[in-house]
Design a protein around this ligand. Sequence first.
Ligand SMILES: Cc1cc2nc3c(=O)[nH]c(=O)nc-3n(C[C@H](O)[C@H](O)[C@H](O)COP(=O)(O)OP(=O)(O)OC[C@H]3O[C@@H](n4cnc5c(N)ncnc54)[C@H](O)[C@@H]3O)c2cc1C
Length: 371
Amino acid sequence: MGVTRFDLIVVGLGAMGSAAAAHAASRGRRVLGVEQFQPAHDQGSSHGRSRVIRLAYFEHPAYVPLLRRSYELWRRLEAATGRDLLQITGGLMIGSPDTAVVSGSVRSAREHQLDHELLDAAELHRRFPAFTPRLETVALYEHEAGSLAPEEAIRAHLDVAADNGAQLHFDERVDDWRVLPSGTIEVRTSRARYAAEKLILAPGAWAGALFKLAWLPLAVEPQQLHWFLPHGGAAAFHRDRFPIFIWDLGSGTQFYGFPADDQERVKVAFFRSKVTGEDAIREALRPCLPALANGELIETVSCKYTLTPDRHFVIGPHPDWPNVTIASPCSGHGYKFASVIGEILADLAIDGTTRHPIDLFDPRRFRDSPS
Ligand SMILES: Cc1cc2nc3c(=O)[nH]c(=O)nc-3n(C[C@H](O)[C@H](O)[C@H](O)COP(=O)(O)OP(=O)(O)OC[C@H]3O[C@@H](n4cnc5c(N)ncnc54)[C@H](O)[C@@H]3O)c2cc1C
């Protein structure tokens, strides 16, 4: 049986792979996308109805230029597909002034001259009454922050890819790939074999098996998302009075949340925290958001983080095979970048280089200085 040939194969059609397929197909390449599950499924890292997007980036100011492009591309994707993907709600980065979230966000906002305000506890509570901060708590309020619709955005990227001629295969698992001596890449799946000039690997939590880089230290961790119905009703949780937020409680505990959705549900999650179980979650919420602590917990969903030791992404040419591009943009904060990362992956696969700053994400940093 003949092997079907493509210019480019994308493995994994989650947040990053769907975006890469859309960008590559839009540039006229013959693209095959292979996904082991259904479009926008709930087994990986990209489900749960909302994702935070913000510009003041406490993790590292180097992310800000990528974020600006990412906002632009999300808006362009909305215009191209007619789907609502990005809602601007404003965003609060809350904590005592010396916490990582507050001090890092202030540094990033100043360095990049982002539109922001600093609020003391009284002002925070006056403008956003659901929050009950302690006296020493402060907040950076950022106007441009908001919420993305992750499943809808994957569907939008898949639509753009398909409209531009990409073949998209679902319920098909990639079992192996190899680079032949000719340089052609052969991909073997649960159904067939394919050949291509270029390969993009965007397998999310399955990267350990597919990257073929034994030294790359990726750890997969399940994380819980919780939806509460606020006690006393959701009036104080609508987005004009309750933007997206991240609250740093110090000693490594951070939690974040979103405005009430159209069914009055408020989503909160603890970032890689030891706070687990319903009682501990209510106790942690009580001093900060009492109406949630006393509300009804209606749903909990698990989602996978894929973490690097330094919490920065892995994006770049495969260190052993330059025709293969690898992407693990997670560490719990990758979704907001999916639109620009799709562009970067298409750049790297098609042109071998990108104008975007991605030095921070070089996979070789873990080979050259193992941590
Ligand atoms: C609880 C939680 C909250 C988060 N909150 C935020 C947030 O607020 N803001 C933010 O920016 N980021 C957030 N993130 C991180 C963000 O969602 C991830 O960085 C992003 O979804 C990763 O996208 P991905 O494409 O790498 O993975 P995925 O979207 O999981 O895609 C990988 C795909 O590859 C497929 N695949 C894997 N192996 C194979 C194979 N062998 N053959 C075929 N297909 C394969 C998988 O089925 C999957 O569909 C959060 C993540 C979680 C879990």
